[in-house]
Write a protein that binds this ligand. Structure first.
Ligand code: MN
Length: 200
């Protein structure tokens, strides 16, 4: 068994003007494709090939750099494309809205906290909204690490994440990561995030 690059379910240009088509094309067909191929290569060296990606991440040997980087890169981008899918896009409402309000006080507070986690992640990495012990938490991780991996100081089940590697925004936003983070909120599909919250 090997992992496959997932289809996006939408066109590269569908997130414009917030995220441009060229960035999406390179990000999906080059970067994510690279993580996928390198994950499959890394799995040839260990006896894990029949496990779902979440199991591989949960039980990861953090000293296996090739597997850590590429299993993370594979999973993180799969989640990212899902929550950005513009098909049947929906505003935030229902149980997730209530949980955000009770965990962070208001949506604006949540947005500020999540944006700060994304903006202050030095170098490459991700910011996350996670469900941990039934509660929502914001955290961030370096490189392609994620909250499912053991002991990265950022735990729980991720239901939303933003990629803050420069490859995610540099063509359109150059050094303006904050503008990219603002734009990200314009393309989040809250229907998908709500489903992930329900299943977490
Ligand atoms: Mn990326």
């Amino acid at each position: 068994m090997s992992f496959l690059l997932p289809e996006l379910g939408f066109e590269y240009a569908d997130l414009e003007p917030h995220i441009d088509a060229r960035t999406m094309e390179i990000h999906h067909s080059k970067h994510h494709n690279g993580y996928t191929n390198n994950l499959n290569n890394a799995l040839e060296n260990v006896a894990l090939t029949e496990q779902p990606i979440e199991e591989i991440l949960r039980n990861l040997d953090m000293n296996n750099a090739a597997l850590r980087n590429n299993a993370g890169g594979y999973y993180n981008h799969c989640l990212f494309w899902e929550i950005l899918n513009p098909k049947d896009k929906k505003d935030l409402d229902g149980d997730l809205e209530s949980a955000i309000n009770s965990s962070f006080g208001s949506f604006e507070n949540f947005k500020e906290g999540f944006s700060k986690a994304a903006a202050t992640r030095f170098g490459s990495g991700w910011a996350w909204l996670c469900v941990k012990d039934g509660k929502l938490e914001i955290c961030s991780s370096a490189n392609q690490d994620n909250p499912i991996m053991p002991s990265i100081g950022c735990g729980g089940k991720p239901i939303m994440g933003i990629d803050v590697w420069e490859h995610a925004y540099y063509l359109n936003y150059q050094n303006r990561r904050a503008d990219y983070i603002t734009a990200f909120f314009d393309v989040v599909n809250w229907r998908v995030v709500s489903e992930k919250f329900k299943n977490a």
